[in-house]
Design a protein around this ligand. Structure first.
Ligand SMILES: *Cc1c(COP(=O)(O)O)cnc(C)c1O
Length: 430
């Protein structure tokens, strides 16, 4: 198709010829990186198909919609076998009754720790919502209330893993080590699967029976291997992020050793019941199909993140990760340096959405935050962050966190639209 026709198509959505041309040039410089992303997606796609075939996924698995207790739900049980095979675990728990990522992580922790045990984070402060789960910030029902203590080893200068510090922090009570793959809102880098493997080897050399859990949120399918392949005992995440492929309307997963997963199942439902109950209601097909689509969806989101990094770096803004760094999750941070910048960026992402494109996001006082926050999301699934979304606190350094995109083309439009809004507000010059 003629280049001019495509450009006109973008123009009809509000992208000016100069913004389009700027994006075009950047996109052309990224061909090799995009090819490398496609190769990983291809590899992971085969991984998913092989796991589905090996477990004889059938039409019956998809159509089963149990209600009530959900005994003998073959669709649910087979899906869990597929997850176990795909991620190289002995067992899996993949359920709509796990309401979000925080719930999945809390479940994995609370079910595998006992009073008197100690939890260790070897890579600094965990994700915000886990502070209350652990009891770093006092909270009802936290691990701290059950007599489970917490220790943390920070990364050195936010860069290097402190192996000596980790060895010294392990004691006779250390039962579980929680390793967060993605940096989340922290300033340290995201860990590669190989780095996670090094941390696990270090921990197990000191104390072989420590359970190593990985908070896998936003990291799934970014690389060709996952943390269970480098010695982790459990990986945990949300289905409205990478692995739901944009289709799962709710849910979380835990994959790992039979022991860890069983503990989690008995805590999710009840001692004695475990995995035997938990109706799949009507969502199971979306879980299968979402997993099937996840490798290419993650690839699209990654391309969007790299495209954004290259665009905004060229426009003179600090970006993390930078334009050339290797990627281990789908998050992109851009420091825009002013409230107007954060607002224009988010309004651009919103204006490019398939849903709610006509609303204008504004900063608001969100509970739990010490500054106003602006959020852009026009998602099919509420709060889904595998879909194109952005948010930023209105406080220095005025950084925006951007992630997702169910297709590369949508991510591209979102980023071009953010540039368009920045240009119209006089915040950038092309
Ligand atoms: C999103 C996220 C969580 C929490 O998941 P929710 O679904 O928002 O509860 C935990 N850890 C990391 C690293 C995340 O990105």
């Amino acid at each position: 198709m003629n280049e001019e026709i495509i450009q006109k198509q973008y123009e009809s959505l509000g992208i000016s010829p100069e913004v389009y041309a700027f994006g075009k040039e950047i996109e052309q410089s990224l061909k090799e990186r995009f090819e490398a992303i496609d190769t990983i997606a291809e590899f992971n796609q085969m991984k998913v198909i092989r796991a589905m075939q090996a477990n004889r996924v059938s039409a019956e698995c998809l159509n089963q919609q149990t209600s009530g207790y959900g005994y003998n739900d073959m669709g649910r049980d087979t899906l869990e076998d597929v997850y176990a095979a795909c991620f190289k675990g002995e067992a899996a728990l993949v359920r709509p009754q796990i309401t979000c990522g925080t719930h999945a992580l809390a479940l994995a922790l609370m079910s595998n720790l006992r009073p008197g045990d100690e939890l260790l984070s070897p890579v600094g402060k965990p994700y915000d919502t886990l502070e209350e789960v652990i009891g770093i910030r006092p909270s009802k029902g936290s691990l701290a209330e059950y007599g489970i203590t917490y220790k943390q080893v920070d990364m050195i200068d936010d860069k290097e893993i402190d192996f000596e510090g980790i060895k010294n922090a392990i004691n006779e009570r250390t039962k579980l080590v929680t390793i967060q793959r993605s940096k989340g809102y922290a300033t340290r880098p995201t860990l590669s699967v190989d780095q996670i493997g090094e941390i696990i080897a270090c921990v197990k050399a000191v104390k072989p029976d420590v359970i190593c859990m990985v908070d896998n949120c936003y990291g799934e399918f970014v690389e060709d291997k996952e943390p269970l392949e480098v010695g982790a005992d459990m990986i945990v995440g949300s289905l409205i992020k990478n692995l739901g492929g944009g289709l799962a309307p709710i849910g979380g997963y835990i994959v790992g050793t039979r022991d860890c997963v069983e503990n989690a199942a008995y805590r999710l439902t009840s001692p004695g019941l475990g995995k035997e109950v938990g109706a799949s209601l009507g969502v199971i097909q979306s879980f299968y199909q979402g997993l099937f689509q996840a490798p290419t969806v993650v690839a699209g989101a990654l391309k969007g993140a790299i495209f954004a990094a290259n665009i905004y770096e060229k426009l003179g803004f600090p970006v993390v990760p930078n334009s050339t760094e290797s990627r281990h999750d789908i998050i992109q941070a851009v420091t825009l340096g002013s409230p107007e910048g954060v607002i224009a960026f988010c309004q651009g992402i919103q204006a490019a959405a398939p849903v709610d494109s006509y609303v204008t996001p504004e900063p608001w006082d969100m509970p739990g935050y010490d500054a106003q926050v602006i959020m852009a999301a026009g998602a099919f699934v509420q709060g889904s962050s595998i879909e194109l979304s952005a948010d930023g606190p209105i406080k220095p350094p005025y950084a925006v966190y951007f992630q997702g995109g169910l297709t590369w083309y949508h991510a591209k439009l979102g980023i071009l639209m953010s540039m368009q809004k920045m240009l119209e507000a006089g915040l950038i010059k092309l």
